[in-house]
Write a protein that binds this ligand. Structure first.
Ligand code: ADP
Ligand code: XUL
Length: 540
């Protein structure tokens, strides 16, 4: 019998899931989560993002979103202490893998390699790592401040089609390459003092292993730097991004690579065994595993801080409309994905603006008709990724400012219609959707999803499929390391399907109505982006 630990360091929280595997099957024996804002208030984050007076804007102006790598390190420490005190027999812990919010980058100086390997078990990680940072903050995926760098990189490599053809995406503001370029142009000395640029995922894997860990192709493809087909750095993009970058990037290695053994620091600090440390990946690639999408033709929608829609692809089909991305999948295949920044954060804004709880939010959805009697909004509270909106602000249509229920339905319908419209490029005939992420707990939201897509929606008992995916990846990588043959169907089989708690069917009439409404939504979106790009109403 072996135990496998999956960790998910997301935008707002850290989650852990422990799986127990024996001849009878795989079971979840432990699950725990805490929000960064509440567990580590000394960092002064709000929804996991550093507030302006805590270094948030010191780094660069409008559209900037940064967090603290030291916060993530201390959160890891807190989580491992909690797991160690949980009473589980951790001597059987065979491997640890992780998932992290994608695109965010951590900048380390030349002392890091040695410091990572010699941490003092008597002290918290942050106190010892602070001197290793060549940049005190980490830009994260919500950062929209690099349009100029996107243009420069695109021009230098020969246009968006070439960049997307190689890296899987045109240049996106939040992607790591444009972020690195901005750091280089704005803080050249600090860039020069950087000897290693990690992703959040590879930084945390390095911290666990006590040495620099590689990046996996899943998270590597969120950088605008990796050649998808070969899984190696694409030199023209690397050179276009910043001088000397090739020497600062970690290696890229398959998602099941063992990055090392849990370091002496963690073993001594929390009485943990020398478990295998598996290369970490991004939250979306991990969710692909955690929702059981190891075959083509299924889609998952994650309603987390961001909303995403994704599915596995055997071959990389590049999106020539440049809306979405092709990432590496942890199976060695590919995945198509479209990302929306205004996910849970937009739903929360409406909830809070009208003084609702989540059950009040659901009641408002239930009390309003599908189609919302024509009331509509474009949910761009924050800069939006899909479609690109750099000047945020809510756009309302036929919606009175004080109409709470109308706003609730309008935000959910807008999000579901946008998910459907902007995932057409994947050419997946969606008949079944696996819903995940915090808001997938909300059955009324899932009902709108089923009707808009005209598909069956499956709700899971575990909301955090990224974390479950990480735990399953730990199991898979451990089997590979031991020379065991284990297919991905065997890894997820009997685990993910058993977690389905609810299947919601679409209503035909409502689906037909939404197909019509989607046309109106698309027209309003086009109008807002084109003829009138200014916010119609940014008071909300
Ligand atoms: P992350 O992207 O940080 O991993 P999660 O997937 O954990 O985010 O989702 C957290 C979000 O889920 C919360 O911020 C909250 O907005 C949302 N959420 C939690 N419960 C509900 C609910 N019952 N209805 C709608 N949204 C919910
Ligand atoms: C993916 C993306 C977000 C983050 C945070 O491209 O930007 O989904 O991974 O969850």
């Amino acid at each position: 019998m072996s135990l496998y630990l999956g960790l998910d360091s997301s935008t707002q929280s850290l989650t852990a899931i422990v799986l127990e595997v024996d001849r009878a099957g795989t079971r979840i024996v432990y699950e725990h989560s805490f929000a960064f804002d509440e567990a580590l208030p000394e960092y002064g984050t709000r929804h996991g993002v550093l507030a302006a007076d805590r270094g948030g804007h010191a780094d660069g102006g409008a559209g900037v979103a940064v967090s603290s790598p030291l916060l993530w390190a201390d959160a890891l420490d807190l989580m491992l202490a909690t797991i160690a005190a949980s009473g589980i027999d951790l001597s059987r812990l065979a491997a640890i893998a992780g998932s992290a919010q994608q695109h965010g980058s951590v900048y380390l100086n030349a002392t890091a390699a040695s410091v990572l390997g010699h941490l003092d078990p008597g002290r918290v990680p942050s106190a010892q790592l602070a001197g290793c940072l060549s940049r005190p903050v980490s830009p994260i995926w919500m950062d929209a401040s690099t349009s100029r760098e996107c243009e420069e990189i695109t021009a230098a490599v020969g246009g968006p089609l070439l960049l997307a053809g190689h890296t899987g995406s045109r240049a996106f503001e939040r992607f790591t390459g444009p972020q690195i370029r901005k750091f280089f142009t704005h803080q050249p000395d600090a860039y020069a003092a950087t000897s290693r640029v990690h992703l959040v995922s590879s930084f945390l894997a390095s911290l666990l292993a006590g040495r620099h860990a590689p990046i996996d192709p899943g998270d590597g493809s969120g950088m605008n730097l990796m050649d998808l087909a070969s899984g190696t750095w694409w030199r023209p993009a690397v050179d276009a991004t910043a001088p000397g970058l090739a020497a600062k990037l970690p290696d890229i290695a398959p998602s099941w690579t063992i990055a090392g053994t849990l370091s002496a620091y963690w073993q001594a600090r929390h009485a943990l065994p020398p478990a295998r440390i598996v290369v970490w990946s991004g939250d979306n690639p991990c969710s692909l595993i955690g929702t059981g999408l190891v075959r083509e033709g299924l889609a998952a929608i994650s309603l987390g801080t961001s909303d995403t829609i994704f599915g596995l692809m055997r071959e990389p089909r590049i999106d020539t409309t440049f809306t979405g991305h092709v990432f590496g999948a942890p199976t060695g295949d590919f995945m198509g994905i479209t990302v929306f920044a205004n996910g849970s954060i937009a739903r929360e804004r409406i909830r809070d603006q009208f003084g609702l709880t989540w059950s009040g939010f659901s009641a408002a959805l239930a009390s309003t008709p599908a189609g919302n009697d024509g009331r509509m909004l474009l949910p761009w509270f924050d800069p939006e990724i899909t479609p690109l909106v750099l000047e945020p602000g809510l756009r309302r249509f036929g919606l009175a400012l004080d109409d709470g229920p109308g706003h609730v339905r309008a935000v959910v319908e807008a999000q579901m219609m946008a998910l459907a419209l902007h995932s057409k490029w994947m050419q997946v005939d969606v008949t079944t959707i696996h819903a995940t992420g915090g808001a997938s707990a909300n059955r009324d939201i899932l009902g709108v999803m089923a009707d808009v897509f005209g598909a069956e929606v499956c709700q899971f008992a575990v909301g955090n499929s990224a974390c479950l995916g990480a735990a399953l990846r730990a199991r898979h990588a451990d089997a590979v390391a031991r020379g065991e043959r284990l297919t991905w169907d065997e890894v997820v089989g009997g685990v993910v399907d058993r977690l389905i708690t609810l299947r919601l069917q679409a209503d035909r009439e409502r689906h037909a109505m939404y197909l019509e409404l989607m046309r109106a939504y698309a027209a309003r979106e086009a109008q807002a982006l084109g003829r009138d790009a200014r916010p119609i109403d940014s008071r909300a």
